[in-house]
Design a protein around this ligand. Structure first.
Ligand code: PMV
Length: 337
């Protein structure tokens, strides 16, 4: 890690990640302590680059996101991260933050994981803190839970823990010849109607199936970790799809119900089942939005994407659906600005 400590400035890049076993629901809203441990795959080429410079001449934090001044909750959440770093480091000056997403908006993937992972890394480095990866994941977690996992390349496991100290992510080593890819199917690139934060809270507070999902999730995680070590793509795929559908099911049971699935999402989910019947290794996962990500092997990804494209074109509005292969990506990188 090379940091320009004299000028209190650093830049970091982090990629987004997709949860294979999901994080959904917090036991502590302020510290962002989750009910479940989660497992993810960091993706290549979809991320955020953030530069942070603490500057004594500033009279307030100046934050630019994709070239525009950040406002509202987005700004508040980023300022909270800067405040945390200031309290940890003793740096008292305001900061200038410029953050650019390299996640194309059309990718339909949330950028909060890469955004907060890169902000935590750049801000802590700029303030002169030399955090371990574990401590950096704990810091990133305070911005957005899923950001804790974007510190690491490839597979990452976020331990739910019981307090700030024990809730951290770490990289999971997998057999070298066990490499996954994701086929991202974007049915709608618009921003989600209800934030994951609000949807999670409502699920925890009102869904009668939330606690059973939490219990199931512990078993799912165990199966998934074992499947990775055994290079067993079918066992992994089955549990990945079941865990995600279980998460959506528990949201449907909330009051009022939360439904991120559109008719097109349902059609893609059915298509994935058909692909499996046709012998392709393909399992679906979905997050807080209507887009579907298909987990497959590194070698089969192009074939799966092509099979999806062919089927999609015959669907109504099918030509608006985008299908992209995404490979496993690197963890966070920090450098001199
Ligand atoms: O980190 P947040 O608050 O954006 O929540 C992410 C929640 C899911 O993407 C739906 C699941 C996950 O584990 O990433």
């Amino acid at each position: 890690m090379v940091v320009d400590s004299s000028s209190k400035k650093a830049t970091a890049h982090a990629n987004v990640n997709i949860a294979l076993i999901k994080y959904w629901g917090k036991r502590d809203e302020q510290l962002i302590l989750p009910y479940t441990s989660s497992l993810s795959l960091t993706l290549d080429g979809l991320g955020t680059e953030t530069c942070v410079a603490f500057d004594e001449a500033l009279t307030d934090d100046e934050i630019y996101l994709n070239g525009e001044v950040a406002t509202g909750t987005t700004r508040d959440r980023m300022v909270s991260m800067l405040d945390l770093v200031r309290s940890m480091s003793g740096v008292s000056s305001f900061a200038r933050v410029t953050s650019h997403n390299t996640v194309p908006t059309a990718a339909g993937l949330a950028s909060s994981a890469s955004g907060f992972a890169s902000l935590a890394a750049a801000a802590s480095a700029a303030a002169g803190l030399a955090l371990s990866d574990r401590d950096l994941s704990r810091l990133a977690r305070r911005g957005s839970g899923s950001a804790s996992r974007s510190i690491f390349p490839n597979f990452a496991l976020w331990h739910a823990g019981v307090d700030d100290e024990s809730s951290y992510a770490e990289g999971i080593s997998a057999p070298e010849d066990f490499r996954l890819s994701m086929v991202v199917v974007v049915v709608d690139a618009q921003q989600k109607k209800i934030s994951s934060r609000e949807a999670m809270n409502r699920t925890v507070a009102t869904s009668p199936t939330y606690m059973p999902w939490v219990e199931q999730s512990k078993r799912d995680l165990h199966i998934a970790l074992e499947a990775i070590q055994q290079r067993d793509i079918a066992s992994l795929g089955e549990v990945v799809e079941a865990n995600a559908l279980g998460m959506h099911h528990t949201m449907h049971m909330a009051n009022p119900p939360i439904n991120y699935m559109s008719e097109q999402s349902e059609a893609i989910l059915a298509m994935v089942r058909d692909l499996r019947k046709a012998g392709l290794p393909a399992w679906a996962t979905m997050d807080a939005g209507p887009n579907v990500k298909i987990m497959t092997t590194y070698e089969d990804a192009e074939r799966v994407a092509e099979a999806v494209r062919q089927r999609v074109y015959s669907m109504e509005y099918g030509n608006a659906i985008r299908v992209t292969v995404v490979r496993p990506g690197d963890g966070v990188q920090v450098w001199r600005s």
